[in-house]
Design a protein around this ligand. Structure first.
Ligand SMILES: [Zn+2]
Length: 114
């Protein structure tokens, strides 16, 4: 898991932590200087602890009760489906077309990082 965090501003100007497509709001600063953050989804109790500089994750507590806001994930899925479908459609077209098409498909598919 990628443990690098991103600090963002909420609409209200509060600091939020962005980690793995989930946003966390600041809960409190612990006695040891670490910061506790809670998922911004109201029904979710997943929380994280960052170091005092808010640069790295110290601890991840609990599981999210919802899907992550993973746009990238969704886009990858759509792209993958498109690649599959196009390859299947190629059966009825002429060989040169299929090859060209598949080459384009493979280029398109390979640019997507998994
Ligand atoms: Zn959550």
């Amino acid at each position: 898991m990628e443990n690098k965090i991103q600090l963002i501003q909420s609409k209200k100007g509060k600091q939020l932590v962005l980690l793995n497509f989930n946003k966390y709001r600041h809960v409190r600063t612990r006695k040891d200087g670490m910061h506790k953050w809670l998922c911004t989804v109201k029904t979710c109790y997943a929380s994280i602890v960052t170091d005092g500089h808010k640069t790295s994750i110290v601890n991840i507590i609990g599981e999210h009760t919802h899907e992550s806001n993973s746009l990238v994930k969704i886009e990858r899925q759509i792209l993958r489906e498109n690649c599959k479908r196009q390859a299947e459609d190629g059966i009825s077209t002429r060989p040169i077309k299929i090859i060209r098409k598949e080459l384009m498909n493979s280029v398109m598919c390979s640019v997507v990082p998994y």
